[in-house]
Design a binder for this molecule. Structure first.
Ligand SMILES: [Zn+2]
Length: 296
């Protein structure tokens, strides 16, 4: 296996859209950065307030993933993070003029399409992979959420397998959703075709409560698979789109480690406020994690 290199974009990519919760318009640029820069989140109004992904534990929020810096915070980062992770984009600056990333169509596909259109560039520095030192278990008994991550293993050629393998289950006590599961390896082609098009979903009867709390102001049939009293109000892209989107959210949340994650994950019924615990472990208990060197 040849040594994998760090990656960035070949040019600047721009997005215009609304935040699904704020309903406000935002402009966002994703710009290439030099090797070893990592992923930087920048707000044009707070030029000294850059947030470096991998150094911050997300806020405890169940409806979207929020990173809070010293002077500003950025919400709904998960779908862009999933797209960056899928394309192994290690070094980019995400520059925005608001406080929530644009929702686009509710999936990661619009981000991936534009990143691929401008092109991904390999940089002359080895990529950094991280895996747990021992199996780590995260559990929320009340919500029946579970996640175990096991260390990446050496392969026949003696090198450690640098792929993230996932065995995932989602279930909702709802007749339209029910139970769905997938076992897969997070390689670019698989994610792009099978996971990235899966959209955010929501229940129409929960909308008034969300709006009362100032949430979901930008939600519409353009960016959300909506489940009403008599079934889906728009056409799903997959029959188990909800499960694929929960996995997309998990991958986006785990990308907040800021380095390429490898190993094997077994997870079920995860959500943003649960997924953050993995980042909490990475940021606050670094001795439980190990970076692979090029000859591992
Ligand atoms: Zn999502």
């Amino acid at each position: 296996m040849s040594i994998k290199k760090q990656k960035t974009l070949q040019g600047i990519v721009s997005f215009e859209g609304i935040g699904i919760h704020s309903g406000l318009r935002v402009s966002m640029l994703v710009k290439p950065l030099a090797p070893n820069s990592g992923i930087i989140l920048r707000n044009v109004r707070f030029p000294d307030g850059d947030i470096k992904v991998g150094t911050i534990v997300p806020e405890d929020s169940s409806y979207a993933t929020i990173l809070k810096g010293a002077s500003w915070q950025l919400g709904t980062v998960e779908h862009v993070m999933a797209a960056l992770s899928a394309l192994e984009l290690d070094n980019v600056c995400v520059e925005i003029d608001g406080f929530e990333m644009p929702i686009m169509d509710g999936s990661s596909q619009p981000f991936i399409e534009k990143f691929l259109a401008v092109g991904v560039e390999e940089q002359e520095v080895p990529a950094v992979y991280v895996t747990p030192r021992r199996p780590l278990v995260f559990e929320d008994k009340l919500r029946e959420s579970f996640l175990e991550i096991m260390p990446a293993l050496a392969q026949d050629d003696g090198l450690v397998d640098r792929v993230l393998h996932v065995d995932y289950e989602a279930s909702f006590d709802h007749p339209e959703l029910g139970f769905a599961a997938i076992k897969c390896s997070m390689v670019e082609g698989f994610f792009v075709d099978n996971i990235s098009p899966a959209r955010t979903f929501g229940f129409v009867d929960q909308l008034p409560a969300l709006r009362k709390f100032g949430l979901a102001k930008g939600a519409s049939l353009e960016n959300t698979v909506v489940i009403g009293e008599s079934g889906f109000m728009n056409k799903p892209r997959f029959k188990d789109e909800f499960m694929r989107h929960k996995l997309l959210d998990l991958i986006g949340d785990l990308a907040l480690i800021g380095k390429r994650l490898c190993g094997t994950i077994v997870a079920k019924r995860t959500g943003h406020s649960f997924n953050r615990r993995v980042i909490e472990s990475y940021v606050n208990s670094p001795s439980d994690w190990v970076e692979l060197s090029s000859d591992d």
